[in-house]
Design a protein around this ligand. Structure first.
Ligand code: 6GU
Length: 255
């Protein structure tokens, strides 16, 4: 998988060379390049933003600079004369935006199957709204996502979050692929994961649930499933509501 990130703070992404992501790059599983948006400016001040049309606080990122950069990364020419010029790019363009739909595990799974992702990090009051509209008009698969209901200073942290969620799903990325299957939000049933315990069985007077030491795998599975259901209904009732009844087994209904 090829990943290009565009930002006015490309240094932000040095952390991607650490840990599992760094290893995956060394092993050639993915290739991450962070670009400086200012490399596509032509003025002496390397300006990337301007005041909002219609007035108001803050600055908006200029579409011209972004488009020169994205045209190049997408391998497209500037302004086609005809709509169907056959130049659509196979890359997916991802634009973090606090006013967009939430990024979910489903999106991460879907994007983990792509060959080439381009992330564009907005700063200030974000990018000019014509930018995503323009690339959609040129048949580019453009996705805008928020990572949660809170405000960040820019898209950089959001991109790190999405990248980690996507790349860990690449085949060969995780040492133990089973750890992906059992996690929260994965599979047909989006439940929070059951609680985990390690040894000792009793720690500072607090016992791990004895059933987990029973050696009875069916009982352990049942206990964990019930724990997942109970915790989800307490912490995230919205996930329980969204569950398909067909995904529940008979014993589930008793909890
Ligand atoms: Cl994608 N960007 C910014 N600036 N803030 C956010 C966000 C994104 N998602 C949640 N808050």
């Amino acid at each position: 998988m090829r990943i290009d990130i565009v930002s006015v703070f490309p240094e932000y992404f040095r952390t991607l060379d650490l840990s599992l992501l760094g290893k995956a790059q060394e092993h050639g599983l993915l290739q991450v390049t962070a670009h400086d948006l200012r490399d596509w400016t032509h003025d002496i001040h390397h300006s990337v933003d301007d005041t909002p049309v219609g007035g108001g606080a803050g600055m908006v990122m200029k579409p011209e600079v972004w488009a020169e950069c994205l045209d190049e990364l997408l391998g497209m020419d500037e302004v086609p004369d005809t709509v169907e010029d056959g130049q659509s790019s196979p890359a997916v363009l991802i634009l973090p935006n606090p006013s967009a739909p939430l990024f979910t595990q489903r999106d991460a799974t879907e994007l983990s199957h792509e060959e080439h992702l381009i992330f564009g990090c907005g700063r200030y009051e974000g990018y000019d709204a014509r930018l995503p509209e323009y690339y959609r008009g040129r048949q580019v698969d453009v996705r805008e996502y928020s990572i949660g209901d809170y405000v960040l200073n820019g898209g950089e942290v959001a991109v790190c979050v999405m990248l980690e969620a996507i790349t860990r799903l690449l085949p060969g990325f995780m040492g133990n692929p089973d750890s992906i299957v059992e996690e929260s939000y994965t599979g047909a049933q989006s439940l929070l994961e059951h609680r985990q315990y390690t040894k000792p069985a009793v720690w500072r007077g607090h016992e791990a649930p004895p059933v987990l030491l029973s050696g009875d795998h069916a009982k352990v599975d049942r206990f964990r499933r019930d724990d997942a259901l109970a915790r989800t209904s307490e912490i995230r009732p919205d996930l329980i509501e969204a569950l398909d009844c067909a995904d529940l087994d008979k014993a589930d209904r008793k909890t």
